[in-house]
Design a protein around this ligand. Structure first.
Ligand SMILES: Cc1cc2nc3c(=O)[nH]c(=O)nc-3n(C[C@H](O)[C@H](O)[C@H](O)COP(=O)(O)O)c2cc1C
Length: 195
């Protein structure tokens, strides 16, 4: 099988990481894959923030947990959001699974393709990570909390601009599990042939 296709098939979300930091060459290769992603009209306005400082990661973890803990837990909310609120109220919510590297992907608030472009960047990075045996998982909590004042204050401190919105994030690290990368036995998105 083609090596790229094989890597795409083996990519799985990884949620348990070794504490060891990424090798710099692995990080740079993953970032390069993200920077090469397609973008609407060649805009390339996705702005990546690479967070590896332990104090900063702790600060982000704490502000996110406080924000979710302060929310009302309602049955009509998206299941994953309910989960974030429930775990935060209990305390010790680890929304990026203690990954040694957290990437935040922001884009222009006013740009219609912001989410689509960012998704291309993050997917390229997840495939590159898999190719290098680096675990990855899309992290959406900072997108959900993009309007939260306290979260925004921390993000501004890191350099996220007033005109930028957080579209998504990525947890990155070497996986704890030996079989972290595996091909799905069945399933996948629907295909309809018209031919
Ligand atoms: C837009 C998007 C948001 C996601 N948000 C989260 C998240 O916040 N936390 C998480 O653990 N996984 C998140 N995921 C990962 C999905 O749960 C995962 O891709 C899905 O369960 C399929 O599993 P697989 O990636 O191993 O194939 C997200 C994936 C996408 C595409």
């Amino acid at each position: 099988m083609n090596a790229v296709l094989d890597t795409m098939a083996r990519r799985r979300s990884v949620r348990a990481f070794l504490s060891e930091q990424l090798k710099e060459e692995d990080l740079q290769a993953i970032l390069e894959a993200g920077r090469n992603a397609p973008s609407g009209g060649g805009n390339r306005t996705t702005h990546l923030f690479v967070l590896q400082n332990e104090d900063v990661l702790r600060r982000i973890q704490a502000v996110v947990e406080r924000a979710f803990a302060g929310m009302e837990l309602r049955e009509d909310l998206y299941k994953s959001l309910q989960n974030s609120i429930r775990l935060s109220k209990q305390g010790g919510y680890e929304f990026f699974f203690r990954a040694p590297t957290l990437i935040i992907a922001a884009n222009r608030k006013s740009y219609g393709n912001a989410m689509a472009d960012t998704a291309c960047v993050l997917e390229n990075m997840m495939i590159a990570a898999t190719a290098l045996n680096v675990g990855s998982c899309w992290i959406n909590q900072l997108h959900w909390l993009d309007e939260n004042e306290d979260v925004r204050a921390v993000l501004h401190g890191l350099g996220v601009g007033e005109a930028e919105t957080v579209c998504g994030g990525l947890a990155l690290g070497y996986p704890k599990e030996e079989n972290a990368f595996r091909v799905l036995e069945k399933g996948g998105n629907e295909v309809t042939y018209v031919r």
